[in-house]
Design a protein around this ligand. Structure first.
Ligand SMILES: CSCCC(=O)C(=O)COP(=O)(O)O
Ligand code: MG
Length: 226
């Protein structure tokens, strides 16, 4: 990291810190058969009831079919993310799930943190899923490194500049002091439109391998972030 270091680095998860397969095959497949029983068992939980109502399904069966279709199409719908996050948190607590991070990520996060660069996460995955993802990693508990978590509920959609303006305000930092790392060019465009610094993450074998990052600087590993 150069002398012109940002005050904060804000991290995307899927495709950036962690593989897409670990989310789509690991987490999505864990949630899939558990959605129906979870909804039935938590009917009185206001967050669960609100998420279920937002799907528009009339019965649990219909709701689950909608949620499965969203997962099949990788639709980052907020009610799906709320329910998935709660199920994953229970799975991590039960020792049934472990997070995946690319090998370069934990050392980079530790080095940036040590240098005084503050770390936050902005992911479509809900905050309730993000926290255990950073706690239960093969490289140990990374949660002490990450001060703030943002999702589509507390910040907004990832492809809208207003979401990045909201995060800047929450962090109390000028946008030019914020660096966003993501594998999705449209997310970087939104962050840049809000005045943020951006770096595209193009990892071999990930969906972003052939993405057009336009004018955004691009790295293949966090080791290259200077
Ligand atoms: C542990 S959070 C799960 C990640 C997730 O559900 C997701 O959709 C990731 O999207 P991202 O915005 O991080 O690319
Ligand atoms: Mg991503």
């Amino acid at each position: 990291m150069s002398e012109n270091a940002p005050a904060w680095i804000v991290l995307d998860i899927e495709g950036t810190t962690s593989s897409t397969a670990s989310v789509h095959e690991g987490l999505y497949d864990y949630a899939r058969p558990r959605l129906g029983p979870w909804i039935e068992a938590h009917r009185d939980d206001p967050e669960v009831a609100a998420a279920v109502a937002e799907t528009g399904g009339a019965t649990t069966e219909e709701t689950v079919a909608i949620l499965h279709a969203w997962m099949d199409g990788d639709v980052k719908a907020t009610p799906l993310k709320t329910l998935q996050g709660r199920i994953w948190a229970a799975g991590f607590a039960a020792g049934e799930l472990t997070a995946h991070f690319f090998d370069d990520v934990p050392p980079a996060l530790r080095a940036w943190h040590e240098r005084g660069v503050r770390l936050a996460v902005f992911s479509s995955g809900s905050v309730s899923g993000q926290r255990p993802w950073f706690r239960h990693t093969p490289a140990g508990d990374l949660t002490p490194l990450v001060e703030r978590h943002f999702d589509t509920v507390n910040a907004g959609p990832k492809r809208e500049p207003a979401s990045y303006a909201r995060i800047a305000e929450a962090l109390g930092a000028p946008p030019g002091e914020l660096l966003f790392l993501s594998d999705v060019p449209a997310e970087l465009d939104a962050a840049a439109a809000a005045g943020w610094r951006t770096i595209g993450v193009r990892r071999p074998g990930e969906p972003s391998e052939n993405a057009d990052f336009g004018a955004h600087p691009v790295v293949a590993s966090f080791e290259e972030v200077k």
